[in-house]
Design a protein around this ligand. Structure first.
Ligand code: ATP
Length: 852
């Protein structure tokens, strides 16, 4: 008994309906954990076991009633097909018709019969339900005959119609009808059929009065493309379509199962054991033109017939060279699904090579001896090579070398074709052990700490071959053969560099230039959609940094094209405590300059300094908070222009001890919401034109308050406590008071006639007062005048831009304010031909809400 069968028997005898873990089975079978895992996965793959994922994984005997279990490939390449077939059976009340396409001999009839059997199993049709088949091609030259066979006829419908005769459709009542080669069905019959699909009724030939009512489930098949031959109206009534892959497009394991199945059928037929040489199997698996299962079955039949006639009396008959020691014995009990091209001892080799590799890494980590170990392993694997699979992997590898490793990451590998083929063979092994519970996590974590950067690009490269996580995990060890000479170089880069830019290829094209000029992987890049949010951007960065967690970052450089430096900086700081420099307005030149310094391993400070000097266009930040020096923030709801004016007045009047930062009003609100107190540690206070609520302990001065005594003193105190001189403050106050008068407002307007605008804004203010029955104080009015005048100019300038603001007016009070404002603004909207956006109305609400 084969070892795997022994394991199966142990489970059958002990754990038929009770879960157990791998260790327990290993003990009972007296095998090691790694060996037992292989068998368990193999049995699971064959559908003999069920598995419960978790820690530990649990196993139990499968109640083998997996749907379509005798369809080879039901859990592999036909998985989707099986799913659709099940839908077609169970959909209430009577299932869905289904059409199967695929070249001749791929198993369309076989599948149809299986659907019928499955429907019986599921109780969708009764045990004695019929399965009627008809091949429309058999009647291709006689459409009338086809129609009469299908639908039946009434006595005297045509010459020779001597009595009422039932059609095949009548006979299929309450069962299945399989109509093959449906593209040969004439139009009239298609029409008749679709009306039957619609109504469940049809008229036999010559019958116009009494329709036949039937309940028939249909499966159709054709070798043709669907659109070419069938009426659209017909196709609409057949919602489910499955397409079967041809023999040569099946995975090797399935091809082998189909081949062994064919040998097994012959073995049953002639009651002999066949000893089939590997060479023959390999030949059959490749040679069956035109690549269908039927043709392959014929090949097998001929092989068996010829071997049998030579030795009809032998109980065991060799097929192929009888001196060939590599053969598979096929008899009536042969388990076709239980064959793997990897021989059992080779599974052992694989687990050995992992163990030895880990040992080597731990002892002296000599890459050359690890490489030799892998090469020897590949040499010792003698199983069938799936040449077409290997070729396709080698082809994809070459593309990956070129497009991913070289073009993106600047890593040029010089591997000759033989080596590539060898590695491709190694990688191809995955496809025979795909469900194989081989635990590669230890090796992965070892490699991640030894070669974090190489692992990162290697994974990117592997995912160009197959994105399946298992595939990537199983293919980790080949990293040594692929990057062999380059490992040191790639790992010599101690910093992390990231480029982020909007657009389809801006970031990646800068990356490609820089990495290639440096000849090493310096930067990763992310092309971002135009409407990407800061959170999405950060998920790219965060994933990337965490992906290389073992990389001993000396620092991170993030180069991006637009957006707020402070926000970017503090977002990244949330999950990384490495030194960080963010740079905006990235260009190829800046990236290259930084890239070269990163490659030279300059100090973080040095690179930061250089980046600060590089061009006027770029901004940089390497400290947390709004600035690394004491600062005052100025932000006005009525526009950045206003903030800049205040900024200018402050710079003119105050001594040079503060950095004055102007911020967009929206940014300020978000910054206050998104940051902790320490972010504002160096911020003395914030000057705005509105009252802003915040939970942070931070002084916020409403500039209009300084027109009143108490506000004036508060402002003055704040400045004095920050070390400012009294005369300077008085000077600033004078300027500001002058600025915030009607005259000051008029000066701010760039092209509108100030007198006309002031009249408009006074009128609007009056309307609000009248509607709400309120009387605004002088400074609020002034604030409103200023805000509205600048708003009108702003709206005029932006009148062609669509309103993309999305603001919700949630409470009744807000909604009322919204509709009142819409009415109040109607006049100026018509006059100046613009629309006041919802966002502007929400700003007005913030100005007025405490009064209304
Ligand atoms: N998934 C499968 N599992 C097991 N046997 C299969 C499978 N698919 C096809 N076969 C075998 O392949 C043979 C050919 O299949 P079948 O006759 O159903 O093909 P077909 O597509 O209907 O061909 P044609 O278009 O020539 O009618 C069958 O004898 C069947 O035993």
């Amino acid at each position: 008994m084969k070892a795997v069968d022994k394991v199966y028997k142990i489970i059958k005898d002990n754990y038929a309906d009770e879960w157990t873990d791998t260790m327990e089975i290993a003990k009972k079978a007296e095998l090691s954990r790694s060996v037992i895992s292989i068998y368990l996965s193999q049995l699971y793959k064959e559908g003999k076991l069920t598995k419960k994922s978790g820690r530990p994984v649990l196993w139990k005997l499968a109640q083998n009633n997996a749907p379509f279990a005798n369809l080879i490939g039901y859990s592999g390449s036909l998985k989707e097909v099986v799913k659709k077939c099940e839908e077609s059976i169970v959909y209430p009340p009577n299932g869905f018709p289904l059409i199967i396409t695929g070249p001749s001999g791929v198993g369309k009839s076989f599948l149809a019969k299986n659907i019928y059997n499955e429907a019986k199993k599921l109780g969708a049709i009764s045990e004695d339900a019929k399965f009627i088949t008809l091949n429309a091609a058999d009647y291709a030259n006689n459409p009338e005959l086809l129609s009469s066979v299908l639908f039946g006829y009434k006595k005297d419908a045509f010459t020779g119609a001597n009595e009422n005769t039932l059609g095949l459709i009548d006979r299929a009542d309450n069962g299945y009808f399989f109509l093959d080669e449906i593209h040969r069905l004439p139009k009239e019959s298609q029409e008749k059929l679709f009306s039957l699909l619609d109504s469940g009724k049809f008229y036999p030939l010559g019958e116009n009065d009494v329709p036949h009512k039937v309940n028939v489930r249909f499966v159709f098949a054709t070798t043709e493309k669907l659109d070419n031959f069938l009426l659209k109206t017909f196709m609409r009534r057949v919602p489910l379509h499955v397409s079967l892959p041809s023999f040569k497009d099946r995975p090797l394991t399935e091809r082998l199962s189909l081949i062994f199945n064919a040998f097994k059928n012959e073995s049953i037929r002639v009651d002999r054991k066949f000893l089939v040489s590997n060479k023959i199997i390999e030949k059959v698996s490749k040679n069956s033109e035109p690549g269908n299962v039927g043709a392959m079955e014929n090949d097998v039949k001929l092989l068996c017939a010829s071997a049998y006639t030579q030795h009809p009396e032998d109980k065991e008959i060799h097929i192929g060279d009888d001196k060939d020691k590599n053969y598979v014995i096929v008899d009536k009990d042969f388990d076709v699904n239980n064959y793997s091209p990897i021989e059992e001892h080779e599974y052992g080799l694989l687990s050995d090579v992992y163990d030895s590799l880990l040992k080597l890494i731990d002892t002296d980590n000599d890459i050359q001896s690890q490489k030799l170990l892998l090469m020897k392993f590949l040499k010792n694997i003698k199983s069938l090579k799936d040449e077409s699979l290997i070729n396709s992997i080698a082809y994809k590898m070459k593309a990956g070398f070129k497009n991913t490793l070289k073009k993106k990451y600047g890593i040029g590998l010089k591997l000759d074709d033989t080596t590539i083929d060898q590695i491709a063979f190694g990688i191809s092994l995955y496809y025979f052990i795909d469900d194989y519970e081989f635990d590669t996590s230890e090796l992965i974590s070892r490699f991640e700490s030894l070669y974090p950067r190489t692992m990162y690009i290697y994974k990117q490269f592997l995912s160009t071959i197959n994105t399946d996580e298992k595939f990537i995990n199983m293919s980790i060890m080949w990293l040594l053969l692929i990057f062999n000479g380059k490992l040191k170089e790639i790992e010599s880069i101690k910093y992390t560099g990231i480029i982020l830019a909007h657009g389809d290829s801006t970031a990646t094209s800068i990356q490609s230039v820089v990495n290639n000029l440096c000849g090493n992987y310096i930067f990763e890049a992310f092309d971002m959609p135009i409407d990407v949010s800061i959170h999405q951007i950060n998920s790219y960065v965060q994933n990337y940094i965490q992906n290389q967690k073992d990389h001993d970052h000396k620092g991170i450089f993030v180069l991006f094209d637009m957006g707020s430096l402070t926000q970017m900086f503090s977002e990244i700081k949330k999950y990384s405590d490495s030194e960080l420099l963010v740079i905006n307005n990235v260009t190829t030149a800046t990236a290259l300059d930084i890239g070269i310094r990163i490659q030279r391993n300059d100090s973080f400070k040095g690179i930061t300094k250089a980046a600060n000097k590089f061009g006027n266009a770029s901004g940089t930040q390497y400290y947390e908070g709004l600035s690394d020096s004491t600062n005052i923030v100025v932000s006005c709801m009525s526009g950045v222009g206003l903030s800049e004016e205040i900024n200018r007045m402050m710079l003119e009047s105050l001594s040079n001890t503060f950095k004055i930062i102007t911020m967009d009003y929206k940014d300020l609100k978000q910054t206050l919401e998104n940051h902790e107190q320490k972010f504002f540690n160096k911020t003395k206070f914030v000057v705005t034109t509105t009252d802003i609520d915040t939970n942070l302990n931070i002084d916020i001065i409403n500039i209009y308050d300084i027109m009143e005594e108490s506000g004036y003193h508060r402002f003055e105190d704040l400045l004095i406590s920050s070390g400012e001189q009294k005369p300077n403050i008085a000077n600033l106050m004078d300027k500001m008071l002058k600025f915030f008068t009607i005259e000051g407002i008029k000066d701010r307007l760039q092209f509108l006639n100030p007198d006309v605008v002031i009249d408009e804004v006074q009128l609007i203010t009056r309307k609000y007062q009248e509607y709400y029955d309120i009387s605004l104080d002088g400074k609020t009015k002034l604030n409103l005048y200023m805000h509205l005048s600048l708003m009108i100019e702003r709206m005029l300038i932006n009148s062609r831009k669509p309103d993309t603001s999305s603001v919700a007016f949630e409470s009744d009070k807000e909604r009322e304010f919204y509709s009142v404002s819409k009415t109040i603004f109607k006049g100026i909207e018509l006059k100046y031909n613009f629309k006041v956006s919802d966002y502007e109305i929400s700003l007005m609400y913030q100005l007025l809400h405490s009064y209304i």
